[in-house]
Ligand binder design. Structure first.
Ligand code: FAD
Ligand code: 2HG
Ligand code: ZN
Length: 493
């Protein structure tokens, strides 16, 4: 039932033993060391939340979790692991979807949960400096009174941490407007695999003093070091935000719709998100947002959520209303209907229909997740092709695959292909891979648009990266972590 990559801790890595617990207990208070080993001897169930991922797909065998409170404590722990050659898995909110935060074997889990303080916020520049373990939603709440927002937003915001976001280079729902973390992260503090502290926690917008080392840690999924502090540029909160859900009779209309919406809304367009009909129905079935009326969904093959964020409400509303008029009055309308939010509650409810799809899917069954970049024009073909492929293998039925779903960030060319099954099974896995990755490679797409490689896709990296690139990545890993202790078995094949 549990998927585990074909990996064993490198022979040179050692398991945590009782002497290590004694050592950790000298660095940290006893409440910050959770271990089944003496002298701590916690019940194994205390480690369950750290050994199991959000999807219930990956299972680790860690005996010990440490929860340092400061960069100095992280440094002391990592230095000890370096000397003793113990594998270290940094863990943030454990919401990752590719098995990156779960030990493959019995590595030490280093949880950032206790590193949760804001270090500074400058309301003039909007630069926020925070411990890596701060939860994304708590940072949003912290800067809200200053009328700033975080440059990223995602469905897991209540649990994921800023350090986890940076380590996965999370994209999410605001990337269209504010760009990726490679642009908004201004500085990082990182504990390197030998315990050295790399202090690049600057707040400068401009700094061309040689190689931009911090970029290497953004999206490196804990394989090069432990991020302990993040400096990030937060934009001013928009004065006005609106959203509308558009129901489309066929997927083919999404592209021309995107073109038109961009033309008409221009600078106030802040999101253009897509869900197919099945994704919508699952969201509604599992209580994510309020259902649209029967009339609004009649004949809809898919839906697009458009958000605007701008400086003046009347101006934005006028633009949005004009867009809707153009769309509905066209000779050959691209949409069937549009539902415009009329209140903050409705605004959130429309967003929940899109944002809640992942949660809904987790309630419906076990998901195989493919987070891919492919040309927009092929989104529907990829989803339909996968469904037909599974049908041809006799796997599309209630006791195997229940749904094949497409949704995602149209504006970023990022499709979330989710295959929802009754349970994880080797037959479904074998039918999906390498099939899906070959389809992606045929489009010169990416096998991981925003979730990362983790342990799920190490074997698939070569579908999107050539040999030269992979060899260079391995050299970089070797420079930072010649003993291979940081998140072993993740990212690189
Ligand atoms: P974890 O899951 O704990 O860790 C993820 C990886 O980062 C692991 O490899 C881990 O070792 C490493 N890591 C964590 N913290 C550190 C650190 N301080 N230093 C070094 N390495 C570290 N992702 C998107 O990109 N866009 C979305 O829209 C999106 N929506 C989601 C919605 C839901 C409901 C869920 C469950 C997940 C979603 N995700 C999304 C995936 C996930 O939330 C993000 O990848 C998130 O950024 C992970 O943060 P985390 O703190 O939970 O990290
Ligand atoms: C989203 O965009 C997330 O909702 C999660 O990236 C996607 O669960 C998924 O496949
Ligand atoms: Zn996404």
């Amino acid at each position: 039932r549990v998927c585990r990559a074909a990996y064993a801790t490198a022979p040179s890595l050692n398991p945590v033993i009782e002497q290590d617990i004694h050592h950790f207990s000298k660095i940290l208070p006893s409440t910050s060391v959770v271990s089944t080993l003496s002298p701590v001897a916690s019940p194994a169930s205390d480690l369950d939340q750290f050994n199991n991922d959000w999807m219930g797909k990956y299972k680790g065998q860690a005996t010990t979790v440490v929860k340092p409170k400061s960069t100095h404590e992280v440094s002391q722990i990592v230095r000890h692991c370096w000397e003793r050659r113990i594998g270290v898995v940094p863990q943030g909110g454990n919401t990752g979807l590719v098995g990156g935060s779960i030990p493959l074997k019995d590595e030490l889990v280093l949880s950032l949960a206790n590193m949760n303080k804001v270090r500074s916020f400058d309301p003039i520049s909007g630069v926020l400096v925070a411990d890596a373990g701060c939860i994304l939603q708590s940072l949003t709440d912290y800067i809200a009174p200053h009328n700033h927002i975080m440059p990223l937003d995602l469905g897991a915001k209540g649990s994921c941490q800023i350090g986890g976001n940076v380590s996965t280079n999370a994209g999410g729902l605001r990337l269209l407007r504010y760009g990726s973390l490679h642009g908004t992260v201004l500085g990082l503090e990182v504990v390197l695999p030998d315990g050295t502290i790399l202090d690049q926690l600057t707040t400068l917008r401009k700094d061309n003093t040689g190689y931009d080392l911090k970029q290497l840690f953004i999206g490196s999924e804990g394989t090069l070091g432990v991020i302990t502090g993040v400096s990030i540029l937060t934009p001013p909160a928009p004065q006005a935000s609106n959203n509308v859900i558009l129901a489309l009779p066929k997927f083919d209309n999404v592209l021309p719709l995107y073109k038109l919406v961009k033309q008409q809304l221009s600078e106030i367009l802040s999101a253009f998100e897509f869900i197919d009909r099945t994704a919508y129905e699952l969201a509604v079935k599992h209580g994510q947002g309020r259902a649209l009326s029967d009339e609004d969904v009649r004949g809809a093959a898919c839906f697009v959520l458009v958000e605007t964020s701008g400086g003046r409400r009347e101006h934005d509303e006028e633009k949005l209303n004009h867009l809707l008029e153009t769309l509905l009055e066209a000779e050959k309308p691209l949409i069937n209907t549009g539902v415009l939010s009329q209140s903050p509650a409705q605004f959130s409810s429309l967003w929940a229909l899109r944002e809640g799809v992942t949660e809904a899917i987790s309630k419906e069954g076990k998901a195989y997740k493919y987070d891919i970049s492919v040309p927009l024009s092929s989104f529907q073909d990829v989803v339909d092709g996968t469904r037909e492929h599974l049908r041809s293998k006799g796997l599309l039925n209630d006791s195997a695959v229940k749904h094949v779903i497409g949704y995602g960030h149209v504006g970023d060319g990022n499709l979330h292909l989710n295959v929802v099954a009754e349970s994880y099974s080797p037959e479904i896995q074998a039918a999906l891979e390498p099939y899906v990755y070959e389809v992606v490679a045929s489009h010169r797409g990416s096998v991981s648009a925003e979730h990362g490689i983790g342990s799920m896709k190490t074997h698939a990296l070569h579908y999107s990266k050539d040999e030269v690139s992979i060899a260079l990545m391995k050299k970089i890993k070797e420079i930072f972590d010649p003993r291979g202790i940081m998140n072993p078995g993740k990212v690189l094949p």
